[in-house]
Design a protein around this ligand. Sequence first.
Ligand code: BES
Ligand code: MN
Ligand code: MN
Length: 470
Amino acid sequence: MIERILGHIDENMDASLERWRAFLSIPSVGTDPAHDADTRRAAEWLAGELRDIGFEAGVRETEGQPMVVGHWTPDAATAKAAGERPHLLYYGHYDVQPADPLDLWTSPPFDPQIVEGPNGPRMVARGAVDDKGQVMTWLEAFRAWRNVAGGPPMPVTVFVEGEEESSSVNLEPFMKAHADELRADVCVISDTGMPGVDRPAVTTMLRGIVYVEVTLQGPTHDLHSGMYGGAVPNPINELTALLAGLHDADRRVTLKGFYDRVADLDPGQIEAWNRTGFDEEAFLASAGLQQSAGEAGRSVLERIWSRPTLDINGIWGGYQGAGSKTVIASTASAKLSCRLVPDMDPQRVLASIERYFEENCPAGCRVKVSNLGCGGPIRVPTDSAFVQAAMRAAGKVFPNEAVLIGCGGSIPVAASVRRILGMESLLLGFGLDDDRVHSPNEKFDLVCFERGIKTHARLLDELAAKTEGG
Ligand code: BES
Ligand code: MN
Ligand code: MN
């Protein structure tokens, strides 16, 4: 059966590419109210695709962008066997990052183009890999199962959100309200990467995130810097000093308690990671660099996959026009994000950031810290039957065996399904480091797309077979 399904995937690849293109053509920039109608259209499109392959699916309202929820229930004959099989929950996000700066794209971001690259053809478009192309890998696997075998061989629930790129602020309330409907045996997510086009991976560590905006207010309005300078607090001087105080000389974060819950790595973990094919030089070169910078005494891989960070993502205030203007601005602001690792708690980190700015708020100034979104870190048990099945499935599709990797990015849902639904996640992603995620000319290599579909098709087979003989 699985061979026929894989053959079907090959024979119908052109149609898969067309569906993927249609999805990519919808500019579902979830964070931008100007694109709200487009974002909803992407949700409707997905629900339609799910219904087309036999799912009971619809678009559900939230306070923000809508959710897409779908259910596949095997027919009576399959259901009997399926009773023994795991119930799978698939998560993805249909929102994409804003496309700007537009002038750096070689083709319009929402006019998907297939162009030649070092790994063969690639799809170039906003959302190509993050996350529309990866959502399509499992959707197309379901479709192949549907066409060849009547449908996936076990119950499947799908939920796809439209606010992942804006910190999933409405996800937890939705999950709590629909806990019984969403609960399953594992949450499968394709929104991560792998070491190379021939080397698949299951991600077992994901960093969490705390994102805040800080504004420091001094004088009630902008002042002449000659009349007042030297005698009044300058919010930009003060804020930059406070920000500089967040790291010490070893580039460790100075926030109180920041490292208290940072778990030590298992012995051998770094060596195991070093064997996954991570090329430090190539990684730095992908950013136009020859040297790394970060917490003292740690390797690049260790820093990205196992250490927490604090980064200033934006900073503004005062005069930024042409020429000079002698002025003391009344406010200065910055956006900060911390990446968290197990077992750090986003709420504690948030509280510690707030305390830092309040306790150190300079005389004559007022400080405001706003929470723009949090997500917890996760670690997936590597001995999980789902991780093992995914490694087997990927190993049969790719030229090489799968490896276990970490990930520096964040996917808030993973910690939420664990906390609210008591479920582990299976992070099976097919992106590459050079996919230009969140950047102009985002792409997904077609070979990754195709192997992704086949891996998901095989995963269903592995999970069905696993329970067949007990
Ligand atoms: N798919 C990414 C996470 C990711 C990035 C995985 C790089 C693997 C490699 C996800 O869509 C993302 O961008 N997450 C945000 C979360 C944030 C907005 C809460 C992130 O990590 O910045
Ligand atoms: Mn993503
Ligand atoms: Mn993203």
